[in-house]
Design a protein around this ligand. Structure first.
Ligand SMILES: CCCCCCCC/C=C\CCCCCCCC(=O)N[C@@H](COP(=O)(O)O)[C@H](O)/C=C/CCCCCCCCCCCCC
Length: 218
């Protein structure tokens, strides 16, 4: 089974990811970038355990995570503590290409936007998983969620490659097993806990980006 080929330090645990997304929100509802990135790291571990066919997706996610980690660890790291402070800092200092790619092709704002769109995919996919039945197909749930979110921003060739990768997703029982949470009822309960947190992080970021007209960054 796909999950058993992952080494221990690569093993995915949904609880771990859930906890990371819990830690994303500050008391005044700002989104901590370090925890946001850590949440994605956890998800990438899971993706890696599904096999090399997802390598091109994992690689893109890792690249984007790394861009943000570099900002966090860089000389202006204190400006990148939250998504809100990052947006303010980059906009105030004209560090974002707003209409076409130019001298800031890898701004924190545009990089995070890509992960933010993927978070919507995750939200839709987890909701489908949570309400699925034993004979539901993960590939279909994944494709539907993708078509309603990320696909709207991807060119044909990426959509095609993603669609082909979804076809080799394990069935629901094996998928639940790789999640490493316990029996299906427990998985469903965990998803029920995780989803509101993920939705809240998504909504807060979406509103922030909408307010600053950043939802279409090139
Ligand atoms: C309980 C957990 C279950 C689910 C766990 C899911 C784990 C998923 C982990 C990572 C998801 C990958 C996130 C991908 C970010 C994609 C960002 C993006 O849109 N990049 C494109 C645009 O970037 P720029 O060119 O503008 O820099 C880039 O072109 C993308 C290339 C790769 C293809 C992306 C396909 C995304 C499919 C997402 C579904 C993942 C399937 C997971 C199957 C469970």
């Amino acid at each position: 089974m796909a999950g058993s080929v992952a080494s221990d330090d690569q093993k995915f645990c949904l609880t771990e990811v859930l906890d990371t997304f819990k830690l994303c929100l500050s008391e005044n509802k700002e989104v901590y970038l370090e925890q946001y990135v850590a949440g994605w790291r956890g998800l990438v571990k899971f993706l890696n355990s599904l096999g090399s066919v997802f390598g091109f997706i994992s690689k893109d996610a890792v690249n984007k995570i790394q861009v943000l980690v570099n900002y966090l660890n860089g000389e202006n790291g204190s400006q990148y503590i939250t998504v809100q402070s990052m947006v303010k800092y980059e906009l105030d200092n004209e560090l974002v290409d707003l209409t076409k790619r130019g001298s800031h092709p890898e701004s924190g704002c545009r990089t995070l936007l890509r992960l933010h769109r993927a978070l919507r995919w995750l939200e839709l996919f987890l909701e489908r998983l949570r309400t699925s039945t034993e004979d539901s197909k993960t590939s279909v749930m994944c494709a539907e969620s993708y078509n309603e979110s990320l696909a709207l921003h991807h060119p044909w060739v990426v959509r095609k490659a993603a669609g082909m990768a979804f076809l080799v997703l394990p069935g629901r029982p094996a998928f639940f097993e790789v999640m490493n949470v316990g029996p299906p009822e427990q998985v469903v309960a965990m998803l029920g806990e995780a989803l509101p947190l993920i939705s809240e992080v998504y909504q807060i970021t979406e509103e922030l980006y909408a307010q600053h007209l950043l939802l279409d960054l090139p």
